[in-house]
Design a binder for this molecule. Structure first.
Ligand code: ADP
Ligand code: MG
Length: 352
């Protein structure tokens, strides 16, 4: 009797919805760290501390000295599609890292999350969510700012837990995420610690806030992240075309690497891994590098937010330009020009 087996359509409950959405936002510890550090940057933090244990699998803690969240707003911050970052539906005009209001509820759906926060003129408060179930707001102790602690990531989704790589590999991915965000925000201080086994832990990466003008701060921060001699071996790029600004540093061909591991690209301050942009970088160096060598570069593309869609993927590391040809053309021509000019200068020095 077909009537007995007819499928029943039911609305999923919130916990299930959050867990499904979490699969898109939170792939591994590094994606959780990315969301939390981006929130800290959006909150105007000047110092951000990141602690991880066991590659982030057992503990991720991100603390900031940003604007904080009022105690009454804590439950809202942990609710789906609740954000303070866009008003209404202006998805074309995004100036912050966040805007979906999905990160905190997703993280809370796949781990045990405690958020503690304090705004000026009020006491700190704390809220715990475990396996999607929200507790009560309770008094807590904290300076102005926010601390989010995420324990036992993916304990509620064992399938995802199986896909975790070694502690070492996950810690490496976390470090990479922190370094990329540190390059994008030179005026913010970052300290990443490995606290596996408890105690003070071991500093994995540290970058103090860099004062000064854009290029000065960027130059010092890139030296700090990529390595001491990067900026001295790189050409400074700064050019504008068709309303798009391209700036940053592109290393000399002699500073190339055997793998494409040190290519850092940013669109409107957001670290991206975009095939089209990586392709443009490769094309720019095609005449000066053999096929098995890869350029090193940190390049920033700034344009009107309406010219680029960062809404392509929940993890937001891909972007879509309204006119991809313009961005590609700008990178290829600006870098080729800078490399050629440097080549001329170098050879004329030798000749003289
Ligand atoms: P989104 O960043 O897309 O708005 P999230 O789920 O990451 O969504 O955060 C929800 C809201 O919680 C944010 O819009 C913000 O108001 C608040 N929030 C989250 N993290 C912080 C933080 N570190 N400092 C201050 N406010 C925060
Ligand atoms: Mg966010």
């Amino acid at each position: 009797n077909i009537g007995d087996t007819r499928p029943v359509i039911r609305q999923l409950d919130d916990a299930a919805i959050n867990r499904i959405a979490a699969g898109e936002v939170v792939e591994r510890p590094a994606s959780a760290v990315k969301e939390l550090v981006e929130n800290a940057i959006d909150a105007g933090a000047t110092r951000i501390g990141i602690d991880i244990a066991d590659g982030g699998k057992t503990l991720i803690r991100v603390s900031d000295d940003g604007c904080g969240i009022a105690a009454d707003d804590l439950p809202l911050a942990l609710s789906r599609h609740a954000t303070s970052k866009i008003d209404g539906s202006d998805l074309l005009n995004i100036h912050t890292f966040g805007f979906r209001g999905e990160a905190l509820p997703s993280l809370a759906a796949v781990g045990r999350l405690t958020i503690t926060s304090r705004v000026p003129g009020a006491d700190a408060a704390s809220l715990k969510v475990s396996g999607g179930r929200m507790g009560q707001v309770t008094p807590a102790a904290l300076g102005i700012g926010t601390a989010v602690e995420l324990r036992e990531l993916f304990f509620a989704t064992p399938a995802r837990l199986k896909f975790m790589r070694s502690d070492r590999a996950e810690a490496q991915a976390v470090t990479d995420v922190v370094k990329r965000l540190a390059m994008a925000e030179p005026s913010t201080g970052f300290v990443l610690r490995d606290v596996s086994g408890g105690g003070e832990g071991r500093i994995v990466f540290r970058a103090d806030p860099e004062p000064g003008d854009l290029f000065g701060a960027m130059h010092r921060r890139l030296d700090r992240v990529i390595g001491q001699d990067f900026a001295d071996n790189a050409l400074r790029i700064d050019t504008v075309r068709d309303g798009i600004r391209l700036f940053g540093y592109a290393a000399l061909p002699t500073y190339s690497r055997g793998a494409a591991v040190a290519q850092y690209l940013f669109v409107n301050g957001r670290p991206v891994r975009d095939k089209m942009l990586f392709g443009a970088l490769r094309a720019a160096y095609s005449d000066v590098l053999p096929r098995d060598r890869h350029p090193v570069a940190a390049l920033f593309i700034d344009c009107d937010p309406t010219l680029v869609d960062v809404n392509v993927h929940p993890a937001k590391s891909e972007v879509r330009f309204r006119d991809p040809g313009i961005a590609r053309g700008l990178i290829v021509s600006a870098l080729r020009h800078a490399l050629a000019e440097h080549g001329h200068r170098a050879s004329s020095t030798v000749a003289a």
